[in-house]
Design a protein around this ligand. Structure first.
Ligand code: SF4
Ligand code: SF4
Length: 68
C-alpha cells in the first residue's frame, strides 16, 4: 500500500506539503515535536496513491514515498 514517511529531523513545519497533496492526507501537527516544530503528519495510507507530489514540494527533502 503506498505511503510516506516524514523525517522528523528535516521537517521545519512550513506546510507546503499539506497544500500539495491532492488527497489532503498531510497536515501540520497541533503540538510541537521534540525539536519544537509543529511538523507534517501523514493521516494514513488508505487513500495515498504514491503520487509523490508532497515529496516534490518539500524544500527540505523530508518526505520519502513508498509506492508499494
Ligand atoms: S504521495 Fe501523493 S497521495 Fe500520498 S501523501 Fe503524498 S501527495 Fe498525498
Ligand atoms: S514541506 Fe517538508 S518541511 Fe515543509 S512541512 Fe512538509 S515535510 Fe515539513
Amino acid at each position: 500500500m503506498p505511503h510516506i514517511l516524514i523525517d522528523e529531523t528535516r521537517c521545519k513545519g512550513c506546510g507546503l506539503c499539506t497544500i500539495a497533496c491532492p488527497k489532503k492526507l498531510v497536515s501540520l501537527s497541533d503540538t510541537p515535536n521534540s525539536l519544537g516544530v509543529a511538523m507534517a503528519v501523514f493521516s494514513g495510507p488508505e487513500k495515498c496513491t504514491g503520487c509523490s507530489l508532497c515529496a516534490e514540494m518539500c524544500p527540505d527533502v523530508a518526505i520519502s514515498v513508498f509506492k508499494e
